[in-house]
Design a protein around this ligand. Structure first.
Ligand SMILES: Nc1nc2c(c(=O)[nH]1)N[C@H]1C(S)=C(S)[C@@H](COP(=O)(O)O)O[C@H]1N2
Ligand SMILES: [Mo]
Length: 327
């Protein structure tokens, strides 16, 4: 079967400390930090080639004060968010992704097709979509199933806005998302043939309509770098990171629970729901704690929270479900 992601504690020396600094990113981080009333952080380093394209519309964004950094946290530095990535279409090496995803891959223009149980199938240019719905900034926790976490200032818009445009019919019970599958762009399709490409993910309709469910086109007020899923990716902050599918090319409304890449690869290890839950361990490791990337020197182990800290907002969606069974 497929190889599951390995857990590896990164060393500070492995991070992109030596890249050239970029003044605009510094300014941007200072502004965010100021507007949040936080202490000034360390330097922000640019990634070569990042954001050469992507959805460039809608910036600068304004922070939505309803979605500030969760209590006791501050945003993870840009260099960690954009330097330590999971994007298996390119490579399973988290430090390599940012290089491999910036070797000529074009993400602008970019079209998303919307189909399945909708009144009328759509083809949308991402920049046109952003012009229509607008984007804002929100700071969310992000928790990978491999037990590491970050706090990320995303720019984007609520998925519910796109769903309203797509006009799903009453048959639509789930939403399925798909990433590109272009073998000329990325080596993962050939290098990891055991995965059921393209990468797909899914949500139940009420999860997709939830206020917190977000489509991101930016990070820290800049177009989203390739390695983070340019030009548009899902962000579902109360679920394990693999639900937050990158570089979306298709969205389909379905009447059945859609097939997902990780659930197909390991049904006993990666559930469809995948709500963050410190009480339900992964079969091969504990989910009770997580490594908060970029804190405490570099990595600090902190307790994992139920629904990744969003219990109040989302627990009602799962009333009556045994969350140990529907992991
Ligand atoms: N298309 C696609 N989306 C993906 C992945 C991937 O490999 N391919 N990895 C997932 C996993 S396991 C995680 S933890 C997050 C990582 O997002 P980040 O690199 O922006 O932190 O993206 C998710 N979305
Ligand atoms: Mo992940």
């Amino acid at each position: 079967m497929t190889k599951a992601p390995f857990v590896r504690i990164p060393k500070p020396s492995e991070l992109p400390e030596s890249e050239a600094t970029e003044e605009s990113l510094h300014r941007n981080r200072r502004e965010i930090i100021k507007s949040l009333g936080l202490a000034a952080g360390t330097s922000l380093l640019a990634i070569p080639g990042a954001s050469a394209n992507a959805a460039t519309t809608g910036f600068p964004t304004k922070l939505n004060k309803k979605y500030l950094p969760p209590k006791g946290t501050k945003p993870t530095e840009y260099k960690y968010i954009t330097g330590y990535n999971n994007f298996y279409e390119f490579t399973t090496d988290k430090y390599e992704v940012r290089f491999r995803a910036n070797l000529g891959w074009k993400t602008e223009p970019w079209t998303i097709e919307i189909g399945g149980h909708v009144e009328k199938p759509l083809k949308l240019d991402v920049n046109d979509l952003v012009k229509e719905v607008g984007i804002e900034q929100r700071v969310y926790r992000f928790r990978c199933v491999e037990a590491w976490s970050m706090v990320i200032p995303w720019d984007g818009f609520q998925l519910s806005k796109l769903i309203a445009k797509a006009k799903p019919t009453s048959k639509a019970k789930y939403v399925m998302f798909s990433t590109f599958k272009d073998e000329k762009t990325a080596l993962g399709f050939k290098n990891y043939p055991n995965y059921d490409w393209p990468y797909t993910e899914g949500l139940r309709m009420d999860e997709a309509m939830h206020d917190l469910t977000f489509l991101a086109t930016g990070i820290y007020g800049k177009p989203i770098p390739h390695q983070n899923g340019a030009p548009i990716r899902l962000v579902v902050p109360w679920k394990y990171g693999y639900k937050s599918i990158k570089s979306i090319v298709r969205i389909d409304f379905t009447d059945k629970q859609p097939k997902t890449l990780w659930n197909t690869a390991g049904p006993d290890e990666y559930g469809f729901y995948s709500n963050v839950n410190p009480e339900v361990d992964h079969p091969r490791w504990s989910q009770a704690r997580e490594r908060a990337i970029g804190t405490g020197g570099f990595v600090e182990r902190i307790p994992t929270l139920k629904f990744n800290g969003y219990e109040k907002e989302v627990a009602h969606l799962y009333k009556g479900m045994d969350l140990r069974k529907f992991f």
